[in-house]
Each structure stands twice: as C-alpha cells, then as structure tokens.
Ligand binder design. Sequence first.
Ligand code: PXG
Length: 438
Amino acid sequence: MAEAPNDLDAYWMPFTANRQFKAAPRLMASASGMHYRMADGRQILDGTAGLWCVNAGHCRDEIADAIAAQARSLDYATAFQMGHPAAFTLATRLARLAPGDLDHVFYVNSGSEAVETALKIALAYHHARGEGRRGRLIGRERGYHGVNFGGMAVGGIGNNRKQFGPGLGAVDHLPHTHDLAHNAFSRGQPAWGAHLADDLLRLIALHDATTIAAVIVEPVAGSTGVLVPPVGYLERLREICDAHGILLIFDEVITGYGRLGAAFAATRFNVLPDLMTTAKGLTNAAVPMGAVFARRHIYDALMTGPEPAIELFHGYTYSGHPLACAAALATLDIYEKENLFARARALEPYFENAVHRLDDVAGVIDVRNIGLAAGVELASRQGRPGARAYEVFLKCLELGLLTRQAGDTIALSPPLIASEGDIDQMADILGQAIAATA
Ligand code: PXG
C-alpha cells in the first residue's frame, strides 16, 4: 500500500476545496475492478467509474501490459511531420467504431483540448470554404465543455466564468432542457422539451446564420447533473443546423465509449454530428488522451491548397502519444471482447429500476437516468446550494461508495462491468446516505 504523504500543502488541488480537504484528506491508494482501496485500507465501490472514465473497471492487466510494452519499445514520437504505426492503427479502429462518416480522428490529451480543437476545426472549415464570417459559437446553459478558454465560453456554468471572465466574445447560448415541472422522475428520454431546440432559430434571427459557425452540446449533459435530451430534441437541432449551414458538435467526452449502452450517443440517438469530441473512456483513463472525430466533408474541405502546406495549424506535443495509443488499443480490445457497450445497454433497465427506488426517499426531488448514468437531485438546504449533496457524498464514502456531486444532484455512472449486486449496493448506500442527511 502506498504510504500516506505527511505534507499536503504543496499540491494545489483542482476543483477541490483545498483547505477543507487538507483538514480531512481522502486519499486513494489502489484500485481494482469495481473498487478503490483508500489509504486507510477501506474498500470503496466506484459508483462513478473514476470521473466517468474508467468504463472497463480499474487496473486492467491488458491495458497495463500494453502501456508497459510500449514504454519499452517507443516511449515518444513527435506527431509533427512524423508518425508512428499505433496512431494510424488506432485512428482506423476509431473511425470504424464511430457512426456514419465520422471517419477522421485528431488526437488530443483531454476533453478540454478536444473541445478547443473541435471549435478551431469548425472555424477553419468555414474559413477554408470562404465563409470566414461564420465566427460565432453557440453553446447551451448548463453545458460543460472543459476548462480552457473556448470551452469555458461555450459552456453554460456561471461559476466556471466567475473568476476568469467570458473567454470568447462571439458566443451565445441555448436554454438547457431540464425542467422539474415537466420532466421530473423521467426514465430515459423525457417526452417534454424538444421545442427548446427551436430557440436556435431565435439566435439565428438575432445574429444571422451567416455569422454562426457551430452549435456545441453534450448529447447528455453529465457533469451538470445528468440532463437527458428530450425525445426529438437532438434531431431538431440537427435539422436546424443543416438548414442554415451551421456545424453541429457533440461533446461526447462523457457519453463516448459505452456510457449510454452504445459506442457513442450519436450511435444511440441516431443523430450524426459534424464533429464529435471524446476523451475519458478512450483509454479507460489509464493514460490521458482525447480524440476529435470529423466527418469526411470537414476533413476534405481542409485538404485543399498547396500540398506542402500544413492544412490545420493545430496540434499538441503529446497528440497521439504512443503510450496513450497503446492504452486505447488495449481498451478497445476489452470493450470489444467483453461486449461492454451491449452489456451496459442490457443492464440499463436493472440500473433504472434500482435508481428509481430512490424516487420516494424524503428530500429527493428528481431521479433521471439513461444508459449507465443517473442523477438523483435533492432539495437544496435553505440558502446553501450544494451543501446537502456534499453531505451525501461524504456519507456515501463513509458507507463505502464513491459518488459525484453536481450542485445538489448526486451522479452515478458505474463502470460498465458492474454487476447487478454492485448496482443494488450503490442504490442502497445512496438511499441510506440521503436518509441520514435528512
Ligand atoms: N466535455 C465534457 C462533456 C466533460 O464532461 C470535459 C469536456 C473536459 O474534459 P477534461 O478531460 O479536460 O477534464 C468534460 C470533463 C464531474 C466532472 O464532476 C466531469 C468532468 C470533469 C470534471 C468533473 O462530473 N468532465
């Protein structure tokens, strides 16, 4: 077991209440399958697949072996004007996994970088086609697209901008689709809300379509509390974008690689975006990596101009890193061999029934779910939004379950290898924790 560090001061922790944490630290020492082991030896059931990313379960030997072998044979290869075989092999496999003609893959190192990359590709696409006036980007309220300037700007979380300003200038937002008066306690896609996509027509009337480059949405918003798209909503967005020459970007950083019981949300909902951002489950989180998928017309539009010219002035030192490629290939092997996406789809009704057992627990104002993702929303404590969910998070941890909170919503997103018993345990502990904090 790893030794507990005795000085916690130097590490400035991300998205963490540093002083509160350091006063009562929660240190993870190791992990295997569905469980973490804490530094104090306690075993914790992973109800969140790490942070929506460890879809095949923890510390898979196949992935560890692939990374180790790669580190010994080719540790690093520059991706600029050079290449290495695994990057091409992986791209071909990913293109085959993606729906439609989303068959070109640009590598990045995180979800945030995937978003910046997709936004830049959208702008470059319009520029290449002589429509450089299309510079405006449309996001959605309660959208989370990472922490970099572009993603922060199109994202719809006030707190993410409070300290840093707006990020980009030409941005606007659609309304989110979550409305307890209409869609509380939905199972799967809510029936109400498709009309909210029509708000895009208002933004088009306001800004003029010829100034709008792209619309970016999470097909299912994850980190802002599991917001499932109303029936017909994504289809309507696609329709409006098509009618006005606007690109549609799906941010599938959370929904990609099986979370919804299909390879991607685009697969599950049968709506094809022009660009798709992914990360997290791509490598089972064993090595950081993201991939942006582009449809053929996007790629082709940029493969113009003189052949010696670099078509897209963009990339990262670690784009297509050999260790990440090795991890991703081994991860895809596991997904395929164990049929994990179909497994998640088959488990969905069981998971749905388990989480909806919490519908009647005092203090629960909504339970919503799709695939292996669920949000359990609690009535906020007077004047202290988020306080209740944080107490529940701590109580769950004490009872042996890792959950994730978003405001006063507790999110569950187990690894796709979860058993029915694991799922029952998650629902039971969460129910107990909510009751204990009443
Ligand atoms: N897009 C989406 C849809 C995400 O969920 C990102 C982009 C950014 O990815 P990186 O790899 O740069 O973190 C994310 C990240 C939570 C939580 O509490 C979720 C994320 C990150 C941190 C916390 O659910 N998702």
